[in-house]
Design a protein around this ligand. Sequence first.
Ligand code: 3PG
Length: 207
Amino acid sequence: MQSAESLLEVSPVVPVVVLEDADHAVPLARALLAGGIGVIELTLRTPAALEGVRRIAAEVPGIHLGVGTVVGAADVERAAAAGARFLVSPGTTPAIVRAAADAGLPLLPGVSTVSEALLALEMGLRELKFFPAQQAGGAAFLSALRSPLPQLRFCPTGGITPGNARDYLSLSNVGCVGGSWITPPELLRAGDFARVEQLARAAVALG
Ligand code: 3PG
């Protein structure tokens, strides 16, 4: 099984997807792969999300399929049953950490303060999401953590754009960034997966 540690190395940019229509899931995942991105975080923010996870798991096995916006143990179970290969949570709680371990799935849990990072470390987690990155201190915050907490590595998300992604990716404690700009809802609605593929290719070039 892939650990959260190697998850940070799959792609410099992890697309964070809000799926409105389960029919978009498979062409979207294929467009990301065609653009050179081998990972997707499908968020549990819409009724279509779990069906989208099921379809990608069945039809696009080549993409490393994550489920995001996991906010409780029940979400862990639903995501695991649908075919998730890793989990992403906006925060870090003992219940979510335990449920992910029980499900045997790597978890990338969110932190936004030093004390939260220390609590995650106490729970044995060294690979963390930094969320909401831009609002919680940006690249300068993560840069300041390198000296006191060199054992931690991060995937910042929240407010990351092609314009600021390199500020994060150039830090030694950042493995990848996450963002929704590669899969804008209007492109998915329009069925413009060719443009998604272009955006994916441009995102890979940021790394
Ligand atoms: C997340 O959950 O990681 C964020 O919603 C992504 O943030 P963005 O939409 O600002 O990229």
